[in-house]
Write a protein that binds this ligand. Structure first.
Ligand code: IMP
Length: 403
């Protein structure tokens, strides 16, 4: 076992503790080097992470960010909803860079398929809402609606002839949502997927159980974040899946007791994309400054993210449902120019002193300015969870490891 695995255990998980976009990809990338299997559990192409391949930036929505490590096995678990053309395009992009995927990809036969008509329904539902949710319009909600209604089509059915089934849906969907299904398009997606990734569809629960028995290690890569959780988030401005550690384990069919550690990822400030309350949202220049310094534009939709200050009460709530063993505080350097930093603690916005010094690229805690150290220590004190990792820039090496 590596020293990281000694600390974190053979199954560890990375979970977003705010409203998504906390920058989970970087810690996943670092940890992925130490684990055998990278597993995604829930959600779909609503997620978005930027991966740099050969100096070229790509945005991936379904492939876990750990997939660039060419010797790792990749699992897309049962809790996912998969838009096949998006998945095939991501595989094609990676293969175009010489990174083979198909021979190490394991897709749950129980994961549900997102069809293009789900995306159309997503758009139609949003338009009809008095208070839109601000969804990513990737068909996530409607695909989970089909799943819950027991009318979903699963990856295990890829080998079946679904033409009759798809034609049967046309009238029902038209009547219910006014959306036309392009049957030929949907069937083509299915047959393209069958040809390219049909052999990857498997019983991932058995695969993971066998892997664990033979001593393989697993990194569970959470998607979205705790405050977007369908049960525990800021409903109705949430996504349609379970984004907590428990949700991830359920989505993968992993026994809860197998996890020794869970890293909660939180930005040193806070952002939200989409609608819904945001108690600590900044205004005016401060909101713009955080957005520009942090590059806060949605990677799935390109929407400017709403930006604001850290809400420690929310971190405590997120911790209640996940039991984090460590925090990864990301993007600390984005706060470098702030004179004072407002933070929500016990329902009150308090002002902590800024450090007005460059922290970008610092890799050791003791090299941080005193006030930046105090900021991190305050997070630890108020949450009772140690900060194990601190991001100080976008680069892989720009990380302080305190474990
Ligand atoms: P949906 O998941 O597309 O239905 O969107 C529901 C809400 O979750 C919207 O506010 C989205 O902006 C938000 N959301 C979904 N996925 C992500 C994500 O990966 N990062 C940030 N926000 C997300």
């Amino acid at each position: 076992m590596s020293s990281v695995q000694n600390t974190l255990g053979p199954v560890t998980s990375v979970i977003g503790a705010q409203w998504g976009d906390e920058g989970k990809g970087k810690i996943v990338d670092i940890l992925a080097a130490e684990y055998d299997i990278i597993a995604r559990a829930c959600g779909g192409a609503n997620a978005g992470h930027t991966i740099v391949v050969d100096g070229e930036k790509h945005i991936f929505h379904l492939m876990p960010s750990g997939c660039l490590h060419a010797d790792k096995q990749i699992v897309l678990g049962s809790g996912l909803v998969i838009h096949l053309p998006t998945l095939l395009k991501e595989i094609e992009t990676l293969e175009g860079h010489g990174i083979t995927i198909v021979d190490r990809l394991h897709i749950s036969k129980s994961a549900h398929i997102v069809f293009d008509y789900h995306k159309e329904i997503d758009g139609a539902l949003e338009e009809g809402r008095e208070n839109p949710i601000g969804t990513t319009k990737r068909g996530i909600g409607p695909a989970y609606m089909d799943k819950a209604a027991r009318t979903g089509i699963r990856m295990g059915q890829l080998s079946e002839d679904l033409s009759k089934e798809m034609k049967n849906r046309v009238a029902t969907v038209k009547n219910a949502c006014g959306v036309d299904i392009d049957v030929d398009l949907e069937l083509k997606s299915l047959s393209d997927a069958k040809e390219k990734i049909g052999q990857c569809v498997t019983d991932t629960v058995a695969y993971l159980a066998d892997a664990r028995k033979s001593g393989k290690t697993i990194l569970v890569e959470g998607a979205q974040a705790v405050l977007l959780d369908i049960d525990h988030g800021t409903y109705p401005f949430v996504t349609s899946s379970s984004t907590t550690l428990a949700g991830a384990l359920q989505g993968l069919g992993l026994p809860p007791m197998c996890v020794k550690s869970c890293i909660g990822v939180a930005k040193a400030y806070c952002t939200r994309v989409g609608e819904g309350d945001f108690d600590t949202q900044a205004s005016g220049e401060a909101e713009d400054r955080l957005r520009e310094r942090g590059g806060e534009y949605g990677s799935t939709t390109g929407r400017p993210r709403r930006t604001g200050w850290l809400n420690i009460d929310q971190l405590n709530t997120a911790n209640s449902t996940n039991g984090f063993t460590h925090w990864n505080v990301t993007k600390l350097d984005v706060l470098d120019e702030e004179e004072v930093i407002p933070v929500m603690i016990k329902g009150k916005l308090v002002e902590l002193e800024g450090w007005k010094e460059n922290t970008a690229g610092i890799t050791s805690f003791k090299d941080l300015p005193e006030n930046a150290q105090a900021y991190i220590k305050r997070i630890e004190e108020e949450t009772g969870v140690p900060v194990g990792f601190i991001g100080t820039g976008p680069g892989r090496e720009e990380m302080i490891t305190c474990t």
